[in-house]
Design a protein around this ligand. Structure first.
Ligand code: NAD
Ligand code: USQ
Length: 482
């Protein structure tokens, strides 16, 4: 049986590895509060904790054990619950598997009979504590989530709690699980968070770039044939005045022609971290023959998938606040609580969007159709384009159908971005692999609004307006007003 060990951490959590020392405190999570970090302790593996007082960091060397391993039995299919004895199920490590996209994907892959291991340092839950935020939907601990999944489906998910910036931890997870594919969601993913202050900007770039670099080294060192499925973002491309291609652009210049990586124009320190990730991955595909798929995902909306809807302990998180909440999810919550929809600036900002049910489908398609050795494949992962104004009109109409009074305000844009622009991004490669999109329909909006109405008593109205300005970002660490 796994033992639950709670470590009280008075200050920062850091990813200090013995083999990769870091200068100063640049990689620590900016923090001024106390948290308790639950860790699963393997009976077989060493778990040690160490506090580096001079850097005010708490370092954790931990490799966790599967909650599902406790019972010994392996999985069966959810429908018939027949034990699956197939010896060579594809093993997928889901880094960031406790997060919004990662949790839904882990369950989906497990349900499809992949052997799944979640790797997560639970830092996202820490950010919520730190900034006084909470998911609209109540979410269970990762341990209870995995236990519940096992009890409902007989399918085990292994759990490794730790930081992928700690190469020693990551090495242990790799050598123990031996993944055939790694799906990497495990990054700081909020553009506003990365623009709060210097320490969050540095944290975001360190966490994301070093984490991904460690994953690449782990693949090279321990599992060369492993396919990396990396979550990138459509925001890497920015909003150029020409069509956006899927990763590459063929250019003729001074009479010569070449196919080159599509130009990148990211617009936050977060989005810039993704650009750097893409360059590092592309380079290692060439240099080491890594096989990789960069999924340039658009903005995700929705909360339910077939699997997360099975039990309240499996519910996914749903962010609506000004830091982690994304446009459409925020608008649904705003409509439910009678807050005007917060269109930033002129509202012509156009992006690619997709339903979370398509996120999980796309990731599975990428795993099932792996990149070749040495190939750096780029897919644009979204299903429809909308401007912010279009989203506001759709939510207004759907809200009115449900008897809600929905208004819209134009909020001075806290970001630096084009508010009226051309946008036409290609997204055919995943469809060619078999993606069947769930397009944004009235019924989906109704059900999203109903979820928002169901939990509206949990909404903290103070968290709705944007509180991070791209122009006012400073060096001084500060916590956003609660
Ligand atoms: P999330 O914040 O809900 O989940 C990220 C998870 O990664 C969290 O559970 C966090 O604890 C974990 N994590 C972060 N750093 C880690 C580290 N160093 N070691 C181990 N675990 C770590 O984010 P999400 O919305 O699920 O996004 C997942 C990925 O998808 C991100 O890479 C993001 O950039 C990308 N993406 C998200 C969206 C979206 O709309 N949510 C859109 C496009 C791309
Ligand atoms: N916006 C509003 N009002 C709001 C919230 C957002 O007008 O209340 C606007 C923003 O200014 C922006 C657009 O909506 O122009 C999208 O913003 P967002 O907060 O929904 O999404 P973004 O910050 O771009 O980030 C999200 C995820 C990120 C992912 C990205 C995909 O948090 O992890 O990489 O979507 S993409 O946008 O394609 O880069």
């Amino acid at each position: 049986m796994a033992h639950l060990l709670t470590v009280s951490c008075p200050l920062n959590i850091s990813s200090k590895s013995r083999s990769y020392s870091k200068p100063s405190n640049q990689c620590s999570i900016p923090s001024s509060i106390s948290i308790s970090l639950p860790i699963f302790k393997s009976p077989l593996k060493k778990l040690a904790t160490k506090t580096n007082r001079s850097q005010k960091c708490h370092t954790i060397y931990a490799t966790a054990v599967s909650v599902g391993q406790e019972s010994g039995s392996q999985t069966g299919s959810m429908s018939d619950k027949t034990p699956n004895k197939a010896p060579n199920r594809t093993k997928v490590m889901v880094i960031g598997g406790d997060g919004y996209c990662g949790w839904a994907t882990s369950l989906h892959l497990s349900n499809k009979n992949y052997e799944v291991a979640v790797v997560d340092n639970l830092v996202r839950r820490h950010f919520d504590h730190q900034l006084g935020l909470d998911s609209l939907t109540p979410i269970s601990s990762i341990h209870n989530r995995i236990r519940r999944w096992k009890s409902l489906t007989e399918k085990a998910i292994q759990l490794y709690v730790g930081d992928i910036c700690d190469f020693e931890f990551l090495s242990e997870a790799f050598t123990s699980f031996k993944p055939d594919a790694v799906v990497h969601f495990g990054e700081q993913r909020s553009a506003p968070f990365s623009m709060i202050d210097r320490s969050r900007a540095v944290y975001t770039q360190h966490n994301n770039v070093i984490g991904t670099l460690n994953v690449l080294f782990a693949i090279k060192e321990f599992k060369e044939d492993c396919h990396l499925v990396k979550l990138g973002t459509m925001g890497e491309y920015g909003t150029p005045n020409i069509d956006i291609e899927e990763g590459y652009l063929t250019i003729t210049h001074n009479g010569r022609t070449d196919t080159l990586p599509y130009p990148k124009q990211a617009s936050s320190f977060y989005h810039l971290s993704k650009v750097h990730d893409s360059h590092n991955i592309a380079f290692t595909c060439k240099a080491w023959g890594i096989r990789a798929t960069d999924l340039n995902q658009g903005v995700v909306y929705g909360v339910r998938t077939d699997e997360t809807a099975m039990h309240e302990e499996l519910y996914n998180r749903f962010d609506y606040d000004g830091v982690f909440g994304t446009a459409l999810n925020r608008f649904c919550v705003q409509a439910a609580v009678g807050h005007p929809l917060t269109v930033y600036g002129k509202g012509g900002q156009t992006r690619g969007y997709l339903d979370i049910r398509d996120t999980v489908q796309c990731v599975e398609l990428a795993i099932a159709n792996p990149a070749k050795r040495g190939e750096f494949r780029v897919f644009n992962q979204f299903t429809e384009q909308f401007s912010v104004n279009e989203l506001a009109s759709l939510v207004t109409k759907a809200g009115q159908n449900l008897g809600l009074e929905v208004q819209t305000i134009s909020v001075p844009n806290p970001r630096v971005e084009a508010e009226e622009h051309y946008y036409n991004a290609k997204h055919t490669k995943l469809v060619e692999l078999g993606l069947k999109p769930h397009l944004l329909s009235d019924s989906l909006l109704d059900s999203l609004l109903n979820v928002a109405v169901q939990y509206k008593d949990r909404v903290d109205l103070k968290q709705i307006m944007p509180s991070v300005s791209w122009r006012k970002i400073g060096a001084k660490p500060k916590t956003i007003a609660a």
